[in-house]
Design a protein around this ligand. Sequence first.
Ligand SMILES: O=c1ccn([C@@H]2O[C@H](COP(=O)(O)OP(=O)(O)O[C@H]3O[C@H](CO)[C@@H](O)[C@H](O)[C@H]3O)[C@@H](O)[C@H]2O)c(=O)[nH]1
Length: 465
Amino acid sequence: MALSHVVIFPFMAQGHALPLLDLSKALSSQQITVTIITTPGNAKSISDCIHSYPNISFLEIPFPAIDGVPEGCENTSQLPSMEFHLPFLQATKQLQNPFQNILQSMMKSQNPPICVISDFFLGWTLAVCKALGVPRLVFHGMGVLSMAISKSVWVHQPQLKAKSVFDDLDLPGMKLPFTLTSSDLPDTINTQNHDDPLSKFIEEVGEADVNSSGIVCNTFEELERSHIPCFESFYSGSAKAWCVGPLLLYDKMEDLDIHKNNSSVSIMQWLTEQITPNSVIYVSFGTQADLSDAQLDEVAFGLEESGFPFVWAVRSKTWCLPKDIEEKIKGRGLVIKEWVDQRRILLHRAIGGFLSHCGWNSVLESVSAGVPILAWPMIAEQSLNAKLIADGLGAGINVKKEAAGAVVSREAICDGVRELMGGEKGRNARERAEALGREARRAVQEGGSSHRTLQKMIGQLKNPS
Ligand SMILES: O=c1ccn([C@@H]2O[C@H](COP(=O)(O)OP(=O)(O)O[C@H]3O[C@H](CO)[C@@H](O)[C@H](O)[C@H]3O)[C@@H](O)[C@H]2O)c(=O)[nH]1
């Protein structure tokens, strides 16, 4: 008998696609055949990740040429700046017809899919799925609490009633594990009205979101249990939030070897030479945030002054380490300008902390490795993740920020690194992170909460009542 078949359609951004590739692996381990839909420019990285999984394959549809998106950009990481983000999002709508053709022929095949799991940003997949009678599950890539807050703010707009940006916001029916002000809200939802083009886009994909048949959530119950019912309440019908994460833990680490370029090998060797466990801080700000050269300089000086060894994955290709500290950090700091194997780095025993922008994948990777976070949120929902990890769960501390938008000083970075790596707050955060890491690993094992949920989700998709 043919294995059940699931179609997965990731959005073209690393932070969105990577967890869906992990989900594909999780489904494949449950005897499901997975077809991933992608575009030619994203095919290589997908094929590299899945090459040792015979149940997972991919199909390509061409990325549309559209005004406002630089030619050849098929992934948000290739966009020159965040200015191009909205045109890129809009461009993906033109994938609707080719996707419909593919799905239509799959529906007529011997093994039609039991569902489509689509990224939130690809809202138009709902209409295609409805037309062809296949359930659409949605995937956001974010945590449950940040999604629930975002939905609640979108609906209730409490920020409009606040007298100042520092007023506590009250969200009906939600018990937040921290205080929330409008300055903590993602720009995309912190708007006076929903009339601007980005808000209109969010509204459109949000409409498809809440009318989906279910939500696949990259989180685990032990991390966000109390926020799940509130999150589900924003969905129509009986849509369920399936908490099946951390999805990265379904990945057999040997498959990450494909990212093992020369610098990955030398980073791991360098880490192994650091004799003291938990002595090195890892620094990365994800795949989307743009830091100015002045800000990168402050990070460099702050890390140097902290005295702690560090590995820093720098995204900017043009920024150069200030000459006056090059010598000082020799042997103590690695500054890498290539894609690094972040998951593997975080798992190394030498790593004792993570200076992070708090993208949800980074948060989960750090938590899963039992590494505390020095939280420095930058864009999107990252400030909510930072609050959850530091104030809510106690597994991190915050970088001290001055005025919104101002460059974060080297002193603030240096103090934060010293506290996380050597202070009492850092010690407590490490204990909490290690405890959460144990729970995360338990959740995805046979009998764990996420493992059971994954099996229940598959059971329901195979035999809808
Ligand atoms: O050199 C690198 C750089 C990144 N990564 C990986 O890339 C992913 C980055 O994801 P994340 O930490 O979530 O950061 P962003 O890519 O910046 O995340 C975007 O998407 C996330 C998920 O929706 C949101 O939480 C963030 O706010 C949004 O900026 C992680 O798996 C990292 O391990 C590497 O492996 N090597």
